[in-house]
Design a protein around this ligand. Structure first.
Ligand SMILES: Nc1ncnc2c1ncn2[C@@H]1O[C@H](COP(=O)(O)OP(=O)(O)OP(=O)(O)O)[C@@H](O)[C@H]1O
Length: 342
């Protein structure tokens, strides 16, 4: 069963897309089991751009990624608009989506081992995918697999082809997954916590691999991560999510130095981030709001040090701050929020 699509009248209207704009998400909403897990999610990604998607656990990052891939559970009810290369994905037929996933869109996940078959050599798995996409002989596919594995920096691609996942480290498995994602030469790669399961040195190698893919091959990346060090290393813009909504969108530099929303500011303060290291957000006081029972008005309100009564009156609309950031805070103009202190 495919997710049910409810097109909203505003978002279904044609949008003139910038030539460089690859993805435009407009008022995306996702409900599962009657609970609105994503609402009013809007952001865009340009060609060759690396955009970070950050927020605490349960804020809706993975659901957003899965929505872009058309991989939501069949029980999901989806609304809004997701335009990719000018095409409305939410109205696409399942076969069309499968084609797009096979060619233009790829996603990699936190646990690369879980995405690979434990009892089949890596080479066979790669060859299967290559030959599903390209009508080529086994020998040509094998040569392509070796080339892909060396492109992602695996030192001995021939040996890797004959290896099983248990013989490879987590970092090597993630490189194999990235190689697999590159088979179709995607325009957009969604990387969901791709380094979380890896140790710090390997994290940095995978991140520089993703950066090279964006810089040298023009592949756009949506990087989902808890790790602000990783985000600041590679992303030009950051979408901060809270309780199924976008709280803030800013350039990475703007977010780190002059945040325009109390939520990312609090996260930055709590993390005591050192931009030269890959520190995690350590979390802030209180528990994240539950999308099944969200607070009225601003969803971050109950945890916000700057809360006023009017914050609970209505969900704040997204406003443009003087810095150019987009923020869902009615008080942004009067607050002097602190980012990373140097
Ligand atoms: N299939 C599902 N059915 C019901 N609820 C779901 C489903 N998938 C996700 N959720 C809920 O949707 C919300 C957002 O989940 P999501 O996985 O997108 O968060 P996240 O920001 O990616 O968190 P994490 O960093 O822990 O992966 C959570 O409250 C989660 O429990």
């Amino acid at each position: 069963m495919n997710p049910r699509i409810e097109m909203t009248s505003t978002s279904a209207s044609p949008t003139v897309l910038d030539r460089a704009r690859l993805l435009a998400v407009d008022s995306l909403g996702v409900s599962i089991g009657g609970v609105e897990l994503l609402s009013e999610v809007s952001f865009s990604v340009d060609a060759g751009e690396v955009v970070g998607l950050v927020g605490e656990s349960g804020s809706g990052k993975t659901l957003t990624g899965l929505s872009l891939m058309g991989l939501l559970p069949g029980s999901a009810v989806v609304s809004g608009s997701v335009q990719f290369q000018g095409k409305e994905l939410l109205a696409a037929e399942p076969e069309e989506l499968r084609q797009l996933r096979g060619n233009e869109l790829s996603m990699i996940f936190q646990e690369p081992r879980a995405s690979l078959h434990p009892a089949r050599p890596i080479g066979k798995q790669l060859l299967d995918v290559i030959r599903a996409h390209e009508d080529v002989s086994k020998d040509v596919a094998r040569a392509r697999a070796i080339d892909l594995l060396s492109q992602v920096g695996l030192p001995n691609p021939r040996r890797t082809l004959d290896s099983y996942t248990y013989e490879l480290s987590g970092g090597m498995c993630q490189r194999v997954m990235i190689a697999m994602a590159l088979i179709c030469e995607p325009a957009l790669l969604i990387a969901d916590e791709p380094t979380t399961a890896l140790d710090v040195t390997i994290q940095q190698q995978i991140i520089s691999l993703l950066r090279n893919l964006a810089e040298e091959r023009g592949i756009s990346v949506v990087l989902i991560s808890h790790n602000l060090g990783v985000i600041s290393d590679i992303c030009s813009r950051v979408v901060t999510m809270y309780c199924g909504q976008v709280a803030n969108i800013d350039s990475t530099d703007g977010l780190l130095r002059h945040p325009q929303h109390p939520y990312p500011s609090a996260l930055l303060q709590a993390s005591k981030i050192d931009l030269d290291k890959t520190d995690d957000w350590v979390g802030i006081g209180g528990s994240p709001a539950n999308p099944a029972n969200p607070p009225s008005g601003c969803r971050f309100g109950p945890r916000c040090a700057y809360r006023r009564d009017e914050c609970a009156a209505a969900i704040p609309p997204i406003a443009i701050a003087s810095t150019g950031a987009l923020t869902r805070c009615i008080r942004h103009a009067e607050l002097e929020l602190v980012g990373v202190t140097e």
